[in-house]
Design a binder for this molecule. Structure first.
Ligand code: 13P
Ligand code: SF4
Length: 330
């Protein structure tokens, strides 16, 4: 039974019974309930290690679309759970803590974005996956940082495009494609905080290190990168490149997989401009804990709910992204 107080908090915090092997119990419940645990690279290492699948936001959407599980437990932020629910409306989609939102998605309120779209009726609307379901519902095609360039380039050169909500990603795509997309003024509170000065200082101390940057970072940080890409692209590069040291300008959770995949290499998290806070950590992703995952599977709660009318509109641009990506082999 769900306690009223949990409902208002958005997660169950019943203590895990003493002496229980939480990992074994999570695996047992997954088997019993035909549930699959998916995790983003920014979640805690223990969450990534228990998950059936770890990926970037594109891979998580692709996996959700094809899973045969009855329950999807999305260890990530709210919009990732919504994307799974939109793709699999008949499945139960759980996120262990509903407070795990996303500053970037929240920087684009659906109603204001809809007004912006209405004011530019001759534009195609391209939205980053880091948006709420309601924002996706007024979108023509969704993109992630893995496929944004290719999807934008799939439109004719003179296509008028609105790109939202991440201004940094939009500026980056404009710069590499020569497009002049109209940008929404949104940003991620983690990625916009990386300090160029501190990255250059680290580079001076580690001259052989390669700089890896997520395109949600500001332009000056993106400019000094050896590799710009999604979390999955940065991970792949760090494994395949011959360099043995990397300065990593994205959320620090990715270092877990990087270090696991290339234990002989050194990964240095890029520091934020304010050294008094752990600003290179996404506080929303870090809300997902083993205890919450355990309770979420036990009570099959909290569940992601999306209005049917929104699902019907939002599913089109998400499916369009998956179709283009699959055609392009991304
Ligand atoms: P990826 O698409 O690279 O996984 O990034 C998701 C995200 O939230 C970046 O902040
Ligand atoms: Fe959202 Fe930023 Fe967290 Fe990514 S790192 S989930 S964009 S708040």
């Amino acid at each position: 039974m769900i306690m009223e107080s949990w409902k208002t908090r958005g997660y169950a915090d019943e203590p895990v019974p003493e002496g229980i092997d939480i990992r074994a119990e999570i695996r047992r419940m997954c088997k019993e309930k035909n549930a699959v645990v998916m995790a983003h690279y920014y979640t805690e290492g223990v969450i990534q290690d228990i998950a059936d699948f770890v990926g970037d936001s594109l891979a998580l959407a692709q996996k959700a679309a094809e899973t045969t599980a009855d329950i999807i437990v999305m260890c990530g932020v709210h919009f990732m759970g919504e994307t799974s629910k939109i793709l699999c409306p008949d499945k139960k989609v759980l996120v262990p803590d509903l407070n795990a939102t996303c500053s970037l998605a929240e920087s684009c309120p659906a109603e204001a974005f809809a007004d912006f779209v209405k004011a530019h009726p001759d534009h195609t609307v391209v939205s980053y996956v880091n948006t709420t379901a309601a924002t996706k519902a007024v979108t023509d095609v969704v993109v992630t940082s893995s496929n944004a360039r290719q999807i934008v380039e799939s439109f004719p050169k003179d296509e008028k495009i609105i790109f939202g909500p991440d201004q940094n990603l939009g500026n980056y795509i404009n710069s590499i494609t020569g497009r002049k997309m109209l940008l929404w003024n949104g940003a991620c509170h983690v990625h916009e905080k990386f300090s160029l000065e501190k990255i250059l200082q680290l580079k001076a101390e580690h001259p052989k290190a390669k700089i890896l940057v997520h395109p949600e970072c500001k332009g000056p940080v993106v400019k000094v990168a050896d590799k710009v890409g999604s979390t999955a692209a940065l991970l792949r590069y760090s494994i395949e490149d011959e360099a043995t040291e990397f300065i990593v300008a994205t959320e620090s959770g990715i270092l877990h997989k990087m270090q696991q995949s290339a234990p002989q290499k050194t990964f240095i998290p890029a520091p934020p401009d304010d050294s008094t806070c752990a600003c290179n950590e996404c506080n929303y992703m870090k809300l997902i804990t083993m205890e919450k995952l355990y309770n979420c599977l036990k009570y099959e709660w909290p569940e992601i709910e999306v209005e049917q009318s929104i699902i019907e509109k939002a599913v089109r641009p998400i499916k369009r992204m998956l179709e283009i990506s699959s055609k392009l082999g991304i």
